[in-house]
Ligand binder design. Structure first.
Ligand code: ATP
Length: 402
């Protein structure tokens, strides 16, 4: 997959109509935006296009209107807040068909540096099916297309893939560029040693990630619930721990694959366990730290143990690139968050390039207060996992190469 994509620094947008696919999928409560991080994150690309004299037409999806206009999922509040953040009017074009009379009139009236926002792209049923009619409608509004929505890059929709194939110039914005530079290059072209850390609940959720990262990295570290299927596959007693019994053979294959490729595969040597899963999740529960060779049958492993945390932190210290997806234990509980904190701390303290896959992992790192110590925290859960699987992302592939 080519990761050398045409960026907004490479194109001349002066006087041109530029359609920008943003990620304005913000949480709303009673018509008010409750977290505007995504709007703030989009500003550098928008400001650059304004400064260069483009006619900037923004579009995005919001929630799941399932192909019908839903007033509570209108992008109108986003237009209002973006106007304030940008310090200039963002004219909202409220067409139920997204590209309708309001959008056409608003675009026709644009001066260089003006900004228009279209209605929620998922008001159109074709959007998520990459239907031709809507892609053509979008393409008819613009001369240039810019994709800056990484969160949907693993999907082929009209507003990120269909429209890109119908315009002469399809580039990526700064947010997309950053994700490609960090996630894509870390996996495809890492500075070595490259240490990958995988955790989270189940092996089954990350089969392709485990297999692909084993090929790409020097050391693969496994923690979280998924470690117990590996330990059981090695013939160890894992008590009542989370296990995917159908994936025992798969784990044995991965252990053999690591050996064959000469890669280091690190599994827990000890674990923090309790007799049951905490309920509620943050309940204070009694725990014991035991070797993985001495796990009592009535216990379940809920975090990596202290020796394992040291082992993993040491492996991180020797790395030049670290990619991390999935917590080391039930981090929602303070007693069981220590392994995840130890690994987060090791990442925070290293000079290596540190990259956090989106979703729960990003939430854990931010919640534990290490967010600003990481080189890059991906904004796309599903999209970042597919990057780690080595898959070509349709939203990235659709942009022109440099
Ligand atoms: P995303 O793909 O969104 O980034 P993730 O990969 O970070 O998510 P998941 O696979 O969804 O993570 O798993 C995270 C969940 O795994 C957490 O809620 C955590 O409590 C749970 N978990 C971690 N370790 C264990 C364990 N030993 N036993 C049971 N559950 C665990």
């Amino acid at each position: 997959m080519s990761l050398n994509k045409l960026s907004i620094d490479d194109i001349n947008v002066k006087g041109k109509r530029v359609l920008v696919r943003c990620d304005f999928n913000v949480p709303l409560k009673d018509g008010k935006i409750t977290d505007e991080n995504r709007l703030v994150a989009a500003l550098p690309t928008i400001k650059k296009l304004i400064a260069d004299g483009g006619k900037v037409i923004l579009c995005s999806h919001l929630g799941k209107p399932k192909g019908e206009p839903k007033p509570e999922l209108s992008l109108a509040p986003v237009a209002a807040r973006l106007s304030e953040l940008l310090g200039q009017e963002v004219k909202f074009a409220p067409d139920n068909e997204v590209v309708g009379p309001n959008a056409r009139a608003a675009v026709a009236a644009m001066q260089d540096g003006d900004v228009v926002l279209l209605e929620n792209t998922r008001y159109r049923a074709e959007e998520t099916k990459n239907g031709e009619a809507f892609s053509k409608d979008l393409a008819s509004l613009c001369d240039i297309f810019v994709n800056d929505a990484f969160g949907t890059a693993h999907r082929a929709h009209c507003s990120n893939v269909g429209v890109a194939s119908l315009v002469d110039t399809a580039a990526v914005g700064y947010l997309m560029q950053k994700e490609i530079d960090f996630l894509g290059n870390a996996v495809e072209n890492p500075v070595r040693p490259f240490v990958a850390i995988l955790g989270g609940a189940k092996v089954a959720d990350k089969l392709n990630v485990i297999s692909n990262l084993l090929e790409k990295c020097d050391t693969l570290i496994i923690g979280g619930g998924m470690a117990f299927t590996f330990l059981k596959a090695q013939g160890k007693e894992v008590g009542k721990s989370l296990v995917d019994d159908e994936k025992l053979d798969y784990c044995r294959e991965m252990i053999a694959k690591a050996e064959k490729l000469g890669k280091q595969l690190l599994l827990p040597v000890d674990t923090v366990c309790s007799t049951s899963f905490p309920s509620p999740i943050d309940a204070e529960i009694p725990v014991v730290n035991v070797s993985v060779d001495e796990m009592p049958a009535d216990q379940m492993g809920l975090d990596i143990g202290t020796e394992t945390a040291k082992l993993y932190a040491d492996a991180v210290k020797s790395a030049k690139t670290v990619v991390w997806n999935g917590p080391m234990g039930v981090f929602e509980n303070p007693i069981l968050a220590k392994g995840t904190i130890a690994v987060a701390k090791a990442l925070a303290e290293t000079d290596a390039t540190t990259i956090i896959g989106g979703g729960d992992s990003a939430a854990a790192v931010n919640q534990l207060g290490f967010g600003d110590k990481m080189t890059h925290i991906s904004t796309g859960g599903g999209a970042s996992l597919e990057f780690l699987e080595g898959k070509e992302l349709p939203g990235v592939a659709a942009a022109n190469d440099k």
